[in-house]
Design a protein around this ligand. Structure first.
Ligand code: ARG
Ligand code: ZN
Length: 502
C-alpha cells in the first residue's frame, strides 16, 4: 500500500513520540527590558531628556493602544500579533557554521491596522542589541516569545512604518515538541551548515516577525557565510559575492509568503539552474554527497515535470520559480514545502516530490487562515500524490482511497479524529493526511472529474496569495458543483466515525 512518504515518516514518528517529553524548545532569556545605549530619543526619554517627544514620560497617547500579543489562533495563542500587517521582511544575517553564531538584523516594513502605542513581534532566544522604528531608537521588552516594541510616538492606523531588530545568538533547534511527534524542527544543525524547516511555529527561532500564516509578506535574504559555504533560500538568487573570506548570497521572494515557509539552507551545494518545459524558472540545490543519487533519480527533471503537471491540474503556478533543496539529513523525518523550493533531507521519490510541490498551490499560495484548517494543506497534498500516481502508473485516486478504506475498519482509531479541527498536537497525524486525501478522492468520484478539476482551479484562483478556511472550501464546492455537499463534508471532515466511501 502506498503511503505518502511524509505522512508515513510522521506516522513512524508517532510511535516514538510517546517516549519524548517536555519542551526542549529554545530556552528564552527571561523577560528583560533593553533600551538603546543612550543615543536615541527613547534613551533620552528614559533619562528624563525627552522634551522633544510630544508626550511626557512615555505615557500612551490618547486613543493609542498596544497591539495584541497573538492573532487569536486557538492552537497557538501567542503566534502572530495584532495591530499591524507585515508587507516585507529584509533579513541581513551572517552565520558561522563553526561557532553557530547567527547575527545581523531584520528590517520589517508593516502597516498599522490600529492606532498603536506599542506592538509585539514573535522572537525566541538571541540577544537583541537594538530596535528602531522609522530610524529612531525604540524601547523594547521581552517576555517569552513576545518582543514588545514601544516607539517614541504612537503609530496611527494606516501608517506604514519600518522596524529594525538587531540581534545575535545561537539558534535553538526545537526538540521534543508533541506537535511533530518529538522530531526536531526549526533551525537544524547539519555537518556542513544548517537545514531550516519551521512548520508550524519555528520561524521565530531564527528571525523576529509576525509568526502566523495569516500575515504573509515578501522577503529578501542577505546571508553572509564563510566563502567555502553557499546559501540557498526562497525565490530567486539576486547576487552572490565574495569579499575576502566571506560570501554573501542575496535571495528574493517577491510573492507573499508565510513565515514558516521561509528558509535559508547553508552548506555545500551543487546548483542546477534551468527552466521547466512550460517555462518556469527552476533552481535545485543538491548536497554533493547526494549528487550521484539525485542524478540517477532525475530530481531536476522530475521537479520540472511535476510542477508543469500541477499547473494543468490546479491552475497557473503562483510563484516566480520552482525547485528543490536536497540536503543530506536522512534522519530528519520530514520534508517541507518551503515556498518555491521544497526542502528534503534526502533525494525525494515522486510521492514526496509531488506532495511537496502540490503544497505550492495548497498551503503556500492558498494558506490556512488558522492552523485548524491544516487538512487544506495536508489532505490536498496527499490527494495530489495519489493523482501523480494516477498520472504515471494508472492507479486511480479512487482505487487508492478504496485501499485505505479496506485497511482501516470502522473500529480503527484512525476514524476518531475530526480532521477539520484535529487539535494542535494532532495536526500532523496520519488521518489529516490520508482521510483528507480520501475525502477529496470521494468528492471527485461524486461530482465527477470535470467539475472537480474546475473546483480546484477556482479554489487556487480565488484564494491565490491569500488565506482560506474549510468552510470556504465547502461553500465553493457547493457552488461549483451545484450540489448541497454539507452532509458529505460533515461525514468526511467533522464526524468522528468512518464515512462510507461511495
Ligand atoms: N508540511 C510537511 C509535509 O508536507 C509536514 C511538516 C511537519 N512539521 C515538522 N516540523 N515536522 O508533510
Ligand atoms: Zn505535506
Amino acid at each position: 500500500m502506498q503511503l505518502p512518504s511524509s505522512a508515513h515518516k510522521l506516522a513512524i514518528g508517532a510511535a516514538l513520540a510517546a517516549l519524548v517529553l517536555g519542551s526542549g524548545a529554545a530556552a528564552t532569556a527571561g523577560a528583560r527590558t533593553g533600551s538603546p545605549t543612550g543615543t536615541g530619543a527613547a534613551g533620552r526619554a528614559a533619562t528624563g531628556h525627552g522634551a522633544t517627544l510630544g508626550h511626557s514620560g512615555g505615557a500612551v497617547p490618547a486613543g493609542f493602544h498596544p497591539g495584541a500579543p497573538g492573532v487569536g489562533d486557538p492552537y497557538f495563542p501567542l503566534e502572530g500579533n495584532g495591530g499591524y500587517d507585515v508587507k516585507h521582511y529584509d533579513l541581513d544575517l551572517s552565520y558561522s557554521p563553526d561557532t553557530h553564531l547567527l547575527q545581523g538584523s531584520n528590517t520589517i516594513t508593516a502597516t498599522a491596522t490600529q492606532n498603536l502605542s506599542s506592538f509585539d513581534l514573535d522572537f525566541k532566544g538571541f540577544d537583541v542589541s537594538a530596535v528602531d522604528v522609522d530610524g529612531q531608537a525604540a524601547t523594547f521588552a521581552r517576555d517569552g516569545q513576545e518582543l514588545t516594541i514601544t516607539p517614541t510616538a504612537g503609530l496611527p492606523r494606516g501608517q506604514t512604518f519600518t522596524t529594525k531588530v538587531s540581534y545575535a545568538g545561537k539558534p535553538q533547534t526545537v526538540v521534543g515538541s508533541p506537535i511533530v511527534f518529538g522530531a526536531p524542527y526549526g533551525w537544524i544543525y547539519t555537518d556542513d551548515g544548517a537545514f531550516v524547516g519551521c512548520e508550524p511555529n519555528a520561524a521565530h527561532t531564527w528571525f523576529p516577525g509576525n509568526d502566523h500564516p495569516s500575515d504573509k509578506a515578501s522577503f529578501s535574504f542577505h546571508i553572509t557565510v564563510p566563502k567555502s559555504k553557499e546559501v540557498v533560500a526562497n525565490g530567486s538568487l539576486v547576487s552572490q559575492q565574495i569579499h575576502r573570506n566571506k560570501a554573501t548570497f542575496v535571495w528574493d521572494e517577491k510573492r507573499p509568503m508565510a513565515t514558516y515557509l521561509a528558509t535559508i539552507d547553508i552548506g555545500k551545494w551543487q546548483f542546477h539552474s534551468t527552466t521547466t518545459l512550460d517555462g518556469i524558472h527552476e533552481f535545485v540545490a543538491v548536497d554533493p554527497a547526494l549528487a550521484d543519487e539525485a542524478q540517477r533519480e532525475h530530481t531536476v527533471a522530475m521537479t520540472g515535470q511535476i510542477t508543469d503537471y500541477w499547473q494543468q491540474a490546479f491552475g497557473r503556478y503562483a510563484f516566480g520559480s520552482t525547485g528543490a533543496i536536497v540536503d543530506n539529513v536522512p534522519d530528519i523525518g520530514f520534508s517541507l514545502e518551503t515556498q518555491t523550493r521544497p526542502l528534503y533531507g534526502f533525494v525525494p521519490n515522486p510521492g514526496t516530490a509531488s506532495h511537496e510541490l502540490s503544497h505550492q498551490w495548497f498551503g503556500d499560495s492558498v494558506s490556512v487562515a488558522s492552523w485548524k484548517n491544516i487538512w487544506l494543506n495536508e489532505g490536498f497534498a496527499t490527494f495530489a500524490s495519489w493523482l501523480w500516481n494516477e498520472h504515471t502508473s494508472g492507479v486511480s485516486t479512487w482505487q487508492t482511497a478504496r485501499r485505505y478504506d479496506s485497511a482501516y475498519g470502522p473500529g480503527a482509531a484512525f476514524w476518531k479524529l475530526s480532521i477539520a479541527d484535529p487539535g494542535r498536537n494532532r495536526m500532523f497525524h496520519a488521518p489529516v493526511y490520508i482521510r483528507g486525501g480520501m475525502a477529496l478522492a470521494a468528492l471527485r468520484h461524486r461530482i465527477g472529474q470535470p467539475v472537480f478539476a474546475r473546483l480546484l482551479r477556482t479554489w487556487t484562483r480565488e484564494h491565490r496569495y491569500g488565506n482560506a478556511t474549510t468552510h470556504d472550501f465547502v461553500a465553493l464546492a457547493d457552488q461549483v458543483s451545484g450540489q448541497d455537499l454539507t452532509h458529505f463534508f460533515h461525514l468526511w471532515l467533522w464526524k468522528q466515525a468512518k464515512p462510507p466511501l461511495t
